[in-house]
Design a protein around this ligand. Structure first.
Ligand code: FAD
Length: 349
């Protein structure tokens, strides 16, 4: 958006977007994509429709939420690499200078100008800096803002080959709570994503391999019907991703703001991380435009307060949701989430 009006440089440490988990894009994203003039472009990619959720949480059977009742219609089961490649390409077509693979090493402000030091590529100067480095919050951290979290949730995940032609959960994401945490699975055509969300100290060694993860999941009677056509490559390790909610003490400062996971990352149970990233990118861009037009680069207080409020709402919803599951009162994963906690807005360090 900003690149159509200002000189924008987009830096990424990866040459091309990397495969990753997180493909369910909620229907509400349609509105933000439309506002960003991206909806047609995303529709043209032909991603599989995301029709709803099946959730076995606090009970032994699924409750189905069908997006037929959602005013925004279906969402998308994205191909993440293609989605991010499309966003990057569109940014370039709209005028952004994409600099990759280059890692940001440091960011310092001298008067009105930021100097961003890059590995092997010198440095670039900018009036405004956006931290969109994901959970690392690499810029905010260098400015003394460290995000905080209550839990050590990780996702142990694998992409499996799926031989079922018409999986019974086609178009739906499934969430199933279990003693050790919760499972997530979704069919991605010839592939299927399978993930166990648990605490980092509770991951068992056999779960670190695709085969071990699949074997364990197959023991769950709700997962077996969708997994019996799946194959994991022998010896292939699972990926492990941090999956806890995080929030920055302050998502902005003089001439900088954080967007997406860098500002606040959500527990994937919400399935709203990408939506949140698109929304904060959009809101942040509007604030930056206003600041540049007015010349007041200290204008991001409302934005930061908005992010803190989103963190509070997310904290409350997450807490409520985890309280619903009461079947394993002595299991560490659930005990850790049962403790009543007030949201305390984190303080800048
Ligand atoms: C297990 C799991 C499952 C999830 N499932 C879903 C889901 O189903 N639906 C959903 O909506 N969301 C989901 N999410 C969340 C979603 O993936 C994130 O919210 C989203 O990717 C955040 O986007 P972002 O652009 O803010 O950060 P990222 O996608 O993390 O992008 C950050 C970028 O910054 C670059 N970068 C980092 N540091 C530097 C540096 N120093 N220099 C240069 N570049 C740098 C990285 O290379 C990367 O490209 C899931 C998350 C997890 C962990």
């Amino acid at each position: 958006m900003l690149a159509q009006k200002y000189a924008v440089a987009l830096i990424d440490q990866n040459d091309v977007p990397q495969p990753r988990i997180g493909e369910s894009l909620v229907p509400a994203a349609r509105r933000v994509l439309r506002d960003m003039n991206l909806l047609e472009i995303i529709n043209e990619r032909g991603y599989a429709p995301y029709l709803g959720n099946r959730s076995a949480w606090g009970q032994d059977s699924f409750t189905v939420t069908d997006f037929l009742q959602d005013p925004d219609g279906p969402g998308w089961h994205l191909d993440r690499v293609d989605f991010e490649t499309t966003l990057r390409r569109t940014a370039a077509e709209r005028g952004a200078q994409v600099i990759a693979p280059v890692k940001m090493r440091n960011a310092k402000r001298h008067g009105q100008t930021w100097t961003v030091t890059l590995n092997e590529a010198g440095s670039i100067n900018a009036r405004i800096l956006v931290d969109a480095t994901g959970r690392k919050s690499a810029v905010a951290r260098r400015l003394g803002n460290r995000s905080t979290s209550r839990h050590k949730t990780v996702s142990v995940w694998a992409h499996l080959k799926d031989n079922l032609v018409q999986p019974p959960d086609s178009g739906f994401s499934s969430v199933i709570s279990t003693e050790a945490g919760w499972w997530y699975t979704a069919s991605l055509g010839a592939r299927r994503v399978l993930s166990l969300h648990t605490d980092s100290d509770l991951v068992r060694s056999e779960q670190r391999f695709g085969r071990g993860l699949l074997e364990q999941a197959m023991k769950n009677p709700l997962l077996e019907p969708v997994l019996h056509g799946c194959v994991a490559t022998a010896g292939e390790m699972c990926s492990v991703a941090a999956a806890n909610s995080l929030i920055l003490p302050r998502a902005s400062g003089y001439a900088w703001l954080a967007a997406g996971d860098a500002a606040g990352a959500l527990d994937p149970l919400s399935s709203r991380g990408i939506f949140h990233s698109l929304y904060t990118a959009f809101a942040g861009a509007m604030e930056i435009d206003e600041a540049l037009v007015s010349g007041d680069l200290n204008k991001f207080d409302t934005y930061a307060a908005h992010i803190t409020e989103m963190g509070r709402t997310n904290h409350e919803q997450e807490h409520l949701f985890y309280q619903i599951e009461t079947r394993w009162p002595d299991a560490p994963f659930w005990m850790r989430r049962r403790a009543e906690e007030q949201f305390v807005a984190p303080q800048s360090g």
